[in-house]
Design a protein around this ligand. Sequence first.
Ligand SMILES: NC(=O)C1=CN([C@@H]2O[C@H](COP(=O)(O)OP(=O)(O)OC[C@H]3O[C@@H](n4cnc5c(N)ncnc54)[C@H](OP(=O)(O)O)[C@@H]3O)[C@@H](O)[C@H]2O)C=CC1
Ligand SMILES: O=C(CO)COP(=O)(O)O
Length: 319
Amino acid sequence: MITILGSGAFGTALAISLSKNSRVTLWTHNAQHAIDMIRMRENTRRLDGISLPENITITADLDSIEPIHPCLLTVPTQKLRGLLEKHGEALGNRPLVACCKGIELSTGIGPTAIIADLVPTAIPAILTGPSFARDIASGLPTALTLACAQKAVGKALQQSLTTPNLRIYRTTDTIGAELGGALKNVIAIGCGAVMGAGLGESARAALMTRGFAEMNRMAIALGAQPDTLSGLSGFGDLTLTCTSNQSRNYRFGQSLGRNDPFDPSITVEGVATAHAVEARALTLDIEMPVTQAVTALIDGKLRVDQAVDMLLSRPLKEE
Ligand SMILES: NC(=O)C1=CN([C@@H]2O[C@H](COP(=O)(O)OP(=O)(O)OC[C@H]3O[C@@H](n4cnc5c(N)ncnc54)[C@H](OP(=O)(O)O)[C@@H]3O)[C@@H](O)[C@H]2O)C=CC1
Ligand SMILES: O=C(CO)COP(=O)(O)O
C-alpha cells in the first residue's frame, strides 16, 4: 500500500506505474481536483491524455491515511514545508520519500532535511533521477535512485517502488542524491538559455560539463559521496534535462535566451533553487560561476551573451 501526496505530473505518473504492483492512494489538496480525477479517470490538469487505472484511489482526505505505510511526497520543493506543516502529524512513524528536486529558498536545505525538521519520527528518503512523468506514465523504461540513510529501509523501499518499467537503484547518500537532482535544474536553465539564444551545441556541452564540475564542488562541500553525482541522480539527470524539450527547466531557459514570456503556472524548480544555491555557495565560499550567471539571467541583470562573455573571460585555469 503506497500513498502519494501531491497530484501533479510526477505524483500521477508514479501512481500509474506503482499501481501495477500494489494498491495506491493519490491525494490532492484540492477537493475539486479529486472530484474531476475520479469522474474522468484522468489528471487533465497536469498529465492529460493518460488514464488512471481503477486500482488508484483518489482522495482529498488525509484523515483516513493508513499508518506505517510509506508515503511519497510529490509536491514542488518550495511547497514541501507547507504540506508537512499542515499534515505532518498524520505522517509520522513511516518512511517519507521526497520526490522533489530542489533546495528550499528560505533555509538553503533540501527535501530530506525539511522532512527531518518537520516530521522527526519519520524516516526521510528521496527518489530522484532521470525520468519525465509522461515517460513513466506511458510505461517507458526508466531508472531512478532511491536514497535513504537507513540501509534496511532503503532496501525495502527499493523493492516496493520497483515496477515493470521502473528500475530502482539504492544508496544511503541522501545528500548527494538530492543535490544532484536540485543542481541539475539550474544548469538546465543555463543550457536552455544558450540554445534559445542560438549559441550552439558546443557551447551547451561546455556549460553542462563546467556545470557538472560545480555541482560536484558543492555536493562534496556539503558531505556527499563523490561517486553519487556520477550516477543517475547527478550525471544521468543532468544529461536528460539539459538536452530535452520535455524539461520545463530547459524550456524556461530557452524562453530566457529568446526573450520570450513563460507561463508562470508551470513548475520550474531551478528558479528558486538557483537563488538558494548561489546564497549557500557564498556562505561556503565555493566558486559557482554557472549558477551565478543563471541567477543573473533569471533576474534580468544580464543578457545571455553578457553571461557567456562573463564565463569566457574568467581567468584561465587547469580543468
Ligand atoms: N514532471 C516531471 O517530469 C518530474 C518532476 N519531478 C519533480 O517532482 C516535483 C513535483 O513536480 P511535478 O509533479 O512535475 O509538478 P506539477 O506542477 O505537475 O504539480 C505540482 C502539484 O503539487 C501540488 N501542490 C502544490 N502545493 C501543494 C501543497 N501545499 N499541498 C499539496 N499539494 C500541493 C499542485 O497542486 P495545485 O495545482 O492545486 O497547486 C500540483 O498538483 C518537482 O520537484 C519536480 O522536480 C521529478 C521527476 C520528473
Ligand atoms: O526532473 C525531471 C526529469 O528528470 C523533470 O525536469 P523538469 O522539471 O525540468 O521538467
